[in-house]
Design a protein around this ligand. Structure first.
Ligand code: UT7
Length: 358
């Protein structure tokens, strides 16, 4: 059975930065509260669509692998905040990168969507359905946010990243994973106002309200990720000391610290960038992976453990063996158009548009 080596990686973060102090200009919150409770200092707000963010990340990942769009025969797009319900997001990416005719599917398991997508694509490479896959984790959360709700508005941000998988006979790539979901807890994280329950029924489609039980999510997240880590390490016959780097979902520094403690891995071997980006949902793990590589935190043959959780309430942990190469084969000149507005101006425009509708 072929393996699915990760041979390319690329990220795209929109340039506009929204600080905690910016949030405090229109919400009853403070930099001190947000930083102390979550570790988050700032997040990015996008001036372009999800499709545009993902296309830049994908082109960078392709260059890194030394491939072109035509070489890709499978796209798996992980997200919860698609530009459209139909057609799907992966088909738009297919056009943007010139991967004409390839299989193109979306995966939505909220914040775990990239990792569920990694499982899906790896399985399809192992069974010979595809040979070169692009797996994306990307989110444009800012238009879905209820910017009047301080419980959630301080936590999230926009961003995108992608990896290229190539079938081969090297023994690297995804080794083992645990996927799960606490369906009985699906009501603790729900975004009201989007989807078939609202559209064409006289309700205010697009005026989102978040049902969000932070402390319950916190507990379930720590439990699910810890169990999943334990499961994959036991099945792989590995001890916590065998893990070179944990690259976890970045939702809250306190959640990451709790999971690391339960897994028995010291924080020196855990990659954290939640302070810069907040929770970018499906994009957090692939962006963290890209940055860990850029910073030289991942060496040849490294063992990586990637735990995550998300709405549903889905949870998972993936054990990845890195290959020999830790630097890109080439770089892409793909870039976003310039951003003329500040992050605060973009957010204020969303708030004003919502105010006009209601
Ligand atoms: O991918 C899924 C994403 N979901 C998550 O990551 C959520 C996981 N949960 C968490 O990260 C934490 O539970 C939160 C960061 C959401 C909240 O932290 P907490 O330590 O559980 O705070 P809390 O909900 O117990 O709130 C403590 C106080 C409350 O005031 P009182 O009742 O003690 O007077 C809140 O009203 O903090 C207040 N509060 C805020 N204050 C300033 C809540 N949000 C804010 C805010 N700024 N943004």
């Amino acid at each position: 059975m072929p393996s699915a080596s990760i041979t390319g990686w690329g990220k795209c973060l929109p340039p506009a930065v929204l600080s905690n102090d910016d949030l405090a200009t229109f919400l009853d919150t403070s930099d001190d509260w947000v930083a102390t409770r979550t570790g988050i200092r700032e997040r990015r707000i996008s001036h372009v669509s999800l499709g545009e963010l993902a296309a830049v990340a994908a082109k960078r990942a392709l260059a890194c692998a030394g491939l072109e769009g035509v070489d890709i025969d499978l796209i798996v797009f992980g997200s919860t905040t698609y530009d459209d319900q139909c057609p799907n997001q992966a088909s738009g990416l297919q056009r943007a990168i010139g991967a004409e005719g390839c299989a193109a599917m979306d995966v939505n398991t909220a914040c775990t969507s990239f990792l569920y997508g990694l499982s899906t694509a790896t399985a399809m490479l192992r069974t010979g359905v595809a040979r070169n896959a692009l797996v994306v984790g990307a989110e444009l959360i800012s238009p879905f946010m209820d910017w009047s709700d301080r419980d959630v508005a301080v936590l999230f941000g926009d961003g995108a990243a992608a990896v290229v998988l190539q079938a081969g006979d090297a023994d690297d790539g995804l080794q083992l994973e645990k996927l799960g979901c606490y369906g009985e807890s699906r009501e603790i994280l729900r975004i009201h106002g989007i989807g078939g329950a609202y559209i064409n029924q006289g309700r205010n489609l697009g005026d989102t309200r978040w049902q969000f039980e932070g402390q319950e999510i916190f507990k379930k997240a720590v439990h699910g990720m810890s169990q999943a880590c334990e499961d994959v390490l036991a099945r792989a016959g590995l001890a916590p000391g065998d893990v070179d780097l944990v690259v976890p979902h970045q939702a809250n520094l306190r959640i990451i610290e709790s999971v690391a403690k339960r897994a028995g891995v010291p924080m020196e071997r855990v990659y954290v960038n939640v302070q810069r980006y907040g929770n970018m949902s499906a994009a957090t793990v692939p962006v963290a992976l890209c940055e860990a590589l850029e910073e030289g935190r991942i060496g040849a043959g490294a063992r990586l453990l990637m735990p995550a959780f998300g709405g549903g309430l889905t949870f998972c942990a993936h054990l990845v063996r890195w290959g020999e190469r830790t630097t890109p084969l080439a770089t892409s000149d793909a870039a976003l158009p310039p951003c003329e507005r500040s992050a605060l101006q973009i957010v204020r425009a969303i708030i004003e548009a919502k105010g006009k509708r209601s």
